[in-house]
Write a protein that binds this ligand. Structure first.
Ligand SMILES: *[C@@H]1O[C@H](CO)[C@@H](O)[C@H](O)[C@H]1NC(C)=O
Ligand SMILES: *[C@@H]1O[C@H](CO)[C@@H](O)[C@H](O)[C@H]1NC(C)=O
Length: 516
């Protein structure tokens, strides 16, 4: 269903649809498609019709100092070109938490070799064990669910493990059945490669480790062309479920932090070099940068168009005022993976309290956020019509929605269609880091993959979203637009058959995503 058709429906019918079983059915269909395989047979954009699909845009951040150096054009080909080696650019944190670095090599023969190094600490300074993963990858088709991504099928042929210390061996002993290493764990020698899995063996040992390579099933490669002539290539692989019990079955719909191509990475990248030179016997040992005292003060912006699991494309913009413990967040939602087609904007504000340093992730800090006011702007016709069709008292002024007109939904205690309920509380985890140019980055907690909201302390996440960048300090109000983007859509296939569904899905999902 297309937006134009949606637009022709009466408001009454739309709200009926929204409330009705019809949408739930679709939601389920999409969720099932995300976990099973049967429903993947829905019509998809195949390679033949979109093999020359590329998108490009120029970001023009409103941060003055970035303005000149950061004119970037981005393209993303479907299917992606994967050849070469791709490496982590920092110590990565996965839900759990797990701390790791990755180095993945793809050969033209479609074979891949993936090295994963796991650590005991959040700075990746103390290697615990490394996994050497070999397999084969078959690219299938443009993703029907995550626009701009390619679906793939992977087959593992071998997974080997090298344990790096006696302490790590002890910790593994509590997770791995003894038979997994072909010998009793007591006899395992640090530095020696043991086979955990081959095509004749079952997956029990992999599952015990919480291991899966399902991340390979959703792929996007972005190439950034910088105005000074440089090129940076990033490989986005599927996200890892935030719930440990789901992670070995979860079919990704969002991405992890990207790996960068060893030939085309951002300079300087000391971590890239260390990871590239590593092997399963010699894991990279990273060096933690100087500890930053966490200060949220100022204005922070997304560095790119962000993708959330279950398909939400958005950019975020936060302003913090520590003196008043006040906070404002602007969430611009889009229907496409380069954030060129706005759908709706949410402006949330409220208060926050800084808590204790995180016990699970050293260097991170716990926060509690309270959202007390939310304003919503419909950025295009079909969203305006959807919001206009809500019942009086449920979402702002009924019948008062127009494209581009901001409405305060605080008097209606939120907006039931968007699932915003006020006041709202969230338990957060933040950390700050410096990037390669010594700019401050802010990492906020990853959203639970199941779409729930971390509104209880035990639901606080243990991993992070894509970092935001500090734009300016001391700016108290974020009234200026963040992305005055100049979009050059070179895409031939701008036809988005599922856009409307995704929009509605996005709206419904927002009910569990709320604000961050
Ligand atoms: C893709 O399309 C552009 C313009 O439509 C064309 O110039 C380019 O040669 C095409 N590339 C391929 C690989 O077909
Ligand atoms: C919203 O509803 C009002 C009253 O029914 C109507 O006048 C207005 O045109 C509608 N706006 C949109 C964008 O549909």
């Amino acid at each position: 269903m297309k937006c134009a058709e949606a637009g022709n429906m009466s408001n009454g019918r739309l709200s009926h649809l929204l409330r009705g079983v019809w949408l739930l059915g679709l939601l389920q269909a999409v969720f099932v498609a995300g976990t099973g395989s049967k429903l993947w047979e829905v019509p998809t954009t195949s390679f033949t019709s979109s093999s020359n699909h590329s998108e490009s845009l120029q970001w023009e951040h409103d941060c003055q100092y970035r303005h000149l150096q950061d004119r970037v054009r981005i393209t993303a080909d479907i299917p992606p070109r994967l050849d070469g080696t791709w490496v982590s650019t920092r110590c990565e944190v996965r839900p759990g938490p797990e701390f790791l670095t990755r180095s993945y090599t793809f050969h033209p023969s479609r074979h891949f070799q993936a090295l994963q190094h796991y650590y005991t600490d959040s700075g990746c300074e103390d290697p615990a064990y490394s996994l050497m993963i070999k397999g084969k990858l078959r690219l299938r088709q443009a993703s029907w669910i995550t626009q701009g991504a390619t679906e793939a099928e992977h087959h593992l042929s071998k997974v080997g493990i090298v344990v790096h210390s006696l302490a790590a061996k002890q910790r593994l002993a509590s997770r791995l059945p003894p038979a997994c290493l072909g010998t009793t764990l007591g006899r395992v020698v640090p530095g020696k490669l043991y086979e955990l899995y081959n095509t004749r063996a079952g997956r029990g040992c992999l599952v015990a480790l919480g291991f899966s390579m399902l991340e390979m099933e959703l792929i996007r490669v972005e190439t950034q062309y910088h105005s000074h002539g440089g090129k940076v290539q990033e490989l986005f692989l599927g996200d890892v479920h935030t719930d440990w019990t789901q992670r070995t079955q979860y079919r990704p719909t969002g991405y992890q932090h990207p790996l960068q191509h060893v030939m085309h990475h951002i300079h300087p990248c000391p971590v890239c070099a260390l990871v590239y030179r590593s092997s399963e016997q010699r894991p990279p040992v990273l060096h933690r940068g100087p500890a930053l005292s966490l200060s949220l003060e100022g204005h922070w912006v997304s560095q790119r168009c962000e993708t959330r699991p279950n398909v939400l494309f958005l950019t975020r913009e936060f302003t913090f005022n520590p003196d008043q413990h006040a906070w404002e967040g602007i969430y611009r939602h889009y229907s496409d993976p380069v954030c060129s087609q706005p759908t709706f904007t949410i402006k949330a504000s409220g208060h926050y309290a800084q808590g204790n340093p995180s016990v699970k992730i050293s260097g991170a800090t716990e926060f509690v956020f309270k959202v007390t006011q939310v304003k919503v702007t419909a950025e295009e016709e079909s969203t305006a019509k959807l919001l206009n069709g809500t019942r009086p008292g449920k979402c702002g002024r009924a019948g008062g929605w127009e494209v581009g007109l901001e409405q305060d939904v605080t008097p209606t205690a939120g907006c039931n269609l968007l699932g915003i309920k006020l006041p709202h509380k969230e338990y957060e985890l933040f950390k700050t880091e410096l990037d390669h140019r010594k700019h401050q980055l802010l990492f906020t907690g990853e959203r639970p993959t199941d779409g729930s909201s971390p509104d209880r302390p035990q639901e606080r996440q243990t991993s992070f979203q894509a970092p935001m960048m500090l734009c300016s300090i001391g700016e108290t109000h974020a009234s200026h637009g963040f992305n005055s983007m100049q979009v050059q859509l070179a895409a031939s296939g701008t036809d988005r058959p599922v856009q409307f569904l995704l929009l509605m899905l996005g709206c419904m999902l927002f009910s569990w995503l709320c604000c961050f």
